[in-house]
Design a protein around this ligand. Structure first.
Ligand code: PEP
Ligand code: MG
Length: 572
């Protein structure tokens, strides 16, 4: 028995035989005596096949885990159309007499090497995606359909590296866990493993010595891999796995039941979605509504802004899937790291502190008014709520409400059918808003705390900069103190508070947020069944003092440790 340590990438435990996933080595001559045009035609046929295959993978990911995760494959598809890549391949074929396989190999290795050399680990991790596209193109040119052996029995997959498409395409009923030598916790494959609920560890050295069929014990939360575990370890892992499976199965069976604690406190569990496909998945997972409809998907990757009618149609599609259930539509949240080609926001030294979200709505009122009209029209006859992102001051909340009133007046003048009695909320994601929550609560009907941003602004650590992103820890007691203040301010004013940052769906955070009195938890759909099941195992009486104790700890790790020690079953 020996233990290898890696980086935890997706929680859960597993015990099973190793399956070595080895990418097929492709062999081809470098030079060809075929005419360049014939090589280029072969290449065009290959690129069409790869585009088709990647589109299918993207659609499958969208069906299974939602539009946001499926976006990963958009980047692959865009790379296939990259003029610089296509030019490099064409000139290698035409000027150097290379055959298409060698031209693809050189060009994709060149781009992957540039990415690998970047200091930002999130960007350098994207080199895997470029290699994946290159490998697929070469396979298509060589008419090789399959990439090595497929799984035939439940196994722990070990590989030098796994691409996002490997993760989507493997028979997941047979994948007990995934272990790779390279890759980081923010790699696309790791993100997908978490979405699919597969335990995963990355960055494990020494995998090369492990033969297929060797027994492995995996702890994805701790990042440990035990090779040839002794009987006691096998028993411990098998017991934990069985407990987890019971817990997860129970959570799935009860997914559509409400989340009511042992002492009768009910909380609402709703979903974060970006499109109608996500709304369907959300319903299957037991969402009681939509707590965050991210509308920016409609605005990005296009040359002009979507008009009012198009937006109305798209919003209506999501709202209708949800039937009577509440849908909170968040107005446009772009800027920061999300630029729009048709809005020149100019250069900003600090885009996250610049013209972002609601601030853009005030600067370009026609865009925000068109969106508000579309939301009001789409919500006719349904329970739709409007939420404004990036509110820093009470004045902004008032101004945003006034714009909603203006949009309503314009529609009434047109005699258009519109949603009645629309609740208006703001996201609390800037510390000033959290600190003035008592004042804001007089102006709006509800709050939804955006901990992804609140943590980055409270701890002054850019969430998109991999070197400091870990500092923006939403479990940090400073963030939890802000959360408590917001919840208490809303309750004192007779309103309610939800939370739609990633924190809401973190199993370890659920007892703390429940103990702090959070009314609504909004999360990615796959997290819903477990979050509900955790609430069912708690009582407010025991959760409240632990949540308050968490506020007095030194850091996020101490908070996690406190939850693990108090409720060891929460992570199962
Ligand atoms: C947040 O900031 O927590 C949030 C939910 O919004 P986004 O992640 O879209 O910025
Ligand atoms: Mg945000």
């Amino acid at each position: 028995m020996r233990q290898l340590q890696g980086i935890p990438a997706s929680p859960g435990v597993a015990l099973g035989p190793a399956f070595r996933f080895e990418r097929r080595t492709l062999e081809f001559p470098r030079l060809t005596d075929q005419p360049a045009e014939a090589e280029w035609t072969r290449f065009e046929t290959a690129i069409a096949q790869v585009r088709e295959a990647l589109t299918q993978i993207r659609d499958r990911a969208e069906r299974e885990i939602g539009a946001a995760e499926a976006e990963i494959f958009e980047a692959h598809l865009m790379f296939l159309d990259d003029p610089a890549l296509l030019d490099a391949i064409r000139s290698a074929i035409e000027a150097n007499g290379l055959n298409a396989e060698a031209a693809v190999h050189d060009a994709t290795h060149y781009y992957a090497a540039i990415l690998e050399g970047l200091p930002d680990p999130t960007l350098s991790a994207r080199a895997v995606d470029v290699h994946d596209v290159g490998h697929r193109l070469k396979r298509a040119l060589l008419n090789i359909a399959e990439d090595g052996a497929s799984l035939t029995a439940p196994s722990v997959v070990i590989a030098h590296e796994l691409t996002p498409s490997d993760t989507v395409m493997m028979d997941r009923r047979l994948v007990l866990a995934m272990i790779t030598e390279v890759g980081g916790p923010t790699s696309h494959a790791a993100i997908l493993a978490r979405s699919y609920g597969i335990p995963a560890i990355v960055g494990v050295g020494g995998l090369i010595d492990i033969a297929s069929a060797t027994l492995l014990a995996v702890d994805g939360s701790a990042g440990t891999l035990v090779v040839d575990p002794d009987e006691a370890t096998q028993l411990a892992v098998a017991t934990r796995r069985a407990d987890q499976q019971v817990h997860q199965a129970q959570a799935r069976v009860r997914a559509i039941e409400p989340a009511i604690s042992r002492d009768g406190k009910r909380v609402e569990v709703v979903a974060n979605v970006g499109a109608v496909s996500g709304a369907r998945i959300a319903l299957e997972q037991g969402a009681e509504g939509i707590g965050l409809f991210r509308t920016e998907f409609l605005y990005i990757k296009r040359e002009t802004a979507p008009d009012e009618d198009e937006q109305t149609e798209q919003y209506r599609a999501v709202i209708e899937v949800m039937g009577e259930r509440p849908v909170i539509v968040r107005t446009l949240d772009i800027g920061g790291d999300k630029p729009l080609p048709y809005l020149d926001l100019g250069h900003e030294d600090n885009p996250f502190l610049g013209l972002r979200a609601l601030r853009i709505g005030f600067e370009y009122p026609d865009i925000l008014l068109a969106q508000l009209r579309a939301i009001l029209r789409a919500g006719a006859g349904h329970c739709v709520k409007v939420m404004f992102p990036m509110v820093a001051t009470v004045g902004e909340a008032r101004a945003a409400r006034a714009m909603l009133e203006q949009a309503r007046a314009e529609l009434i003048a047109r005699s258009a059918p519109i949603a009645e009695q629309v609740e208006v909320g703001v996201m609390i994601e800037i510390p000033s808003a959290a600190l003035s929550a008592d004042r804001l609560a007089r102006v709006v009907d509800f709050f939804s705390i955006g901990t992804n941003d609140l943590a980055q602004y409270a701890l002054a650590a850019d969430r998109t900069n991999a070197r400091v992103a870990h500092i923006a820890d939403a479990f940090h007691p400073s963030v939890l103190r802000l959360i408590r203040q917001v919840i208490e301010a809303s309750h004192a004013a007779g309103t309610w508070t939800g939370l739609c940052g990633e924190l809401a769906g973190e199993p370890l955070a659920v007892p703390i947020l429940f103990g702090l009195g959070l009314d609504e938890f909004s999360m990615n759909p796959p997290a819903i069944p477990i979050a509900k099941e955790i609430v069912r195992g708690l009582t407010l009486d025991e959760a409240r003092p632990v949540a308050l104790a968490a506020l007095d700890l030194d850091d996020g790790q101490a908070v996690r440790a406190l939850v693990r020690a108090t409720w060891p079953w929460v992570e199962s």
